[in-house]
Design a binder for this molecule. Sequence first.
Ligand SMILES: Cc1ncc(COP(=O)(O)O)c(C=O)c1O
Length: 413
Amino acid sequence: MTDIQDATDVFDKDLSSSTFVRAMETTGIRPFYRPMHASADGEALVEGRPVVMAGCNDYLGLSTDPRVTAAAAQALTRYGASCSGARTLNGTLPLHGELERRVADFLGTEAAAVVTTGFQANLAVAALLGKGDIVFSDMANHASLVDGIRLGAARRVLYPHSDTGHLDTLLEQATAADPSAGKVLVTDGMFSMDGDLCRLPELTALAARHRARLIVDGAHDIGLLGTGGRGVAEHYGLLDRVDLFTGTLSKCFGSTGGFLAGPAHVVDYLRYSARSVLFSASMPPSALAAGLAAFDIAEAEPWRRLRVLSLADRLRAGLRDLGYDTGNSVTPVVPVLIGDAADCARMWQALFDEGVFTNAVGAPAVPEGRCVIRVTVQATHSDSHLGRILDAFEAAGRRVGLLPALPRQAATR
Ligand SMILES: Cc1ncc(COP(=O)(O)O)c(C=O)c1O
């Protein structure tokens, strides 16, 4: 008989299990969970210190827009702070239906379901992944999609990031082994750490050739890309070739909440089968009203998309001129490759000291040893904010030793 004394204590865990955090801790710097006391128009007050906010996904700058906050305040007063229940029972307001119609009309789908977060929208995908089905997932997909796939009963097949050639081979093999298996391709539209886009033209072609369904998580790109802001699918002229969209209101739409958009019968099925939809309190009134107001503004003010995309181009060009590697980014998510976790912590602190707030990112969000400082810009950043971000990267990079020190004469200028 096993001695009960030998039983493992499941609480026998601490931060040292994360190599990224452990390496950062050696520097005495922890860039996470820093409270923000105020935030607006590309700036924030972090621990009493005014900084340029260059680490936030509010790409269109709508989360503090007075029209958005006024709509939220009005709904809060009218309906209260919470629906206190799931959509199916007591948690449906007219605002839920309004937002669902809005999302479906915007993306040109038959229907949409609004859920409480984008994470839950991706978890809902599990309900479509039955036993005997096969799901093909990009290795760089967001954690919420990864979890949605894990919760499903389908066989999981991962393909290297954006390697559609390899995906084709995997699809061929799967079809040869089981011609009748249901197949689905799942990808982020715009990747949240690399700031690159999925290869949608190739993915839609593969889906058609292998009779697979295609699900695209538009969390970052819906609202931002394409001539009408409909995301990566509009950008490529392929809106009608995506079978199901998932998305969030927490990035371009200045609020919090998620959605699924696609054929009416699928959306309806998900409403009654997806556990993350069924068993969670619905989106609160203020978040719904904020999201609806942000949709209006995003559609009426296309300058926001153009502005943030052009700022991102200039940011990347400036960082590359300084000698930084920004990978394959083509969007307002700009990762600056640092590599080592301790260097990443030092760089984050040096940037903060220079008055710029960024995101330090390590494994598992990026591959081990490929830590990045993720910089994001917003439509409400001014040219002067951009200048301050680039100046901070120059000064911080020299201080941390990621850029060569200036020749003595230049340094004392
Ligand atoms: C690609 C992607 N999908 C989904 C989500 C989850 O969205 P939410 O923050 O609304 O839960 C995120 C959030 O970071 C994301 O980056």
